[in-house]
Design a protein around this ligand. Structure first.
Ligand code: ZN
Length: 173
């Protein structure tokens, strides 16, 4: 298009063998070509501006993706560490429990298991300051006196929840 405009202009400038009508036509073509060139330049400019904005957005989104990927990697690592710790602790507790179970009288273990299943996984609870730590209820005076009178090696249970009460120095009795 630009070449055509130059060619037309050259013909106009030389003015050789051109009729007045041709001259008018050429001049009008030059004007219209110049206008089209201006329009196309506007379009190119607009496309370039849009490309620049899109490139900026791509950069911004790429940065956000990288930041999120780093967060996911960090969280995954922490989860894996925690899982390994929990697994190790569970293995240790299971082993400790096995040792304790073998040293306990069979009938006491059977009673404990029965209560444990019935009471959502907790078959025995510490008696702390006259309160059962299994159901959180405070023992009444009659119960306290009954436990006080019971020999140290007797298995005592909480009337309210049925759990085996473990007496310690902090039991308050
Ligand atoms: Zn209780």
């Amino acid at each position: 298009m630009r070449q055509r405009a130059v060619r037309d202009q050259q013909r106009l400038d030389s003015g050789v063998g051109i009729s007045a009508r041709d001259l008018a036509n050429l001049q009008s073509e030059v004007v219209s070509l110049a206008k089209r060139q201006g329009d196309l330049e506007d379009v190119v400019l607009e496309v370039m501006e849009r490309l620049e904005a899109a490139t900026e957005r791509v950069t911004e989104l790429t940065e956000r993706v990288s930041a999120l990927e780093a967060k996911v990697a960090d969280a995954t690592e922490r989860r894996d560490t925690a899982t390994a710790e929990i697994d190790a602790e569970a293995a240790k507790v299971t082993k400790d429990r096995e040792v304790i179970v073998t040293s306990m009288p069979a009938d006491l273990m059977a009673l404990y298991e029965k209560i444990r299943v019935k009471q959502g996984g907790v078959g025995a609870a510490r008696l702390y300051q006259r309160r059962c730590e299994g159901c959180r209820l405070e023992l009444d005076m009659a119960e306290v006196n009954e436990i006080k009178a019971a020999p140290r090696d007797q298995v005592v249970r909480h009337e309210n929840c049925g759990r085996i009460l473990v007496r310690t120095a902090d039991s308050g009795i």
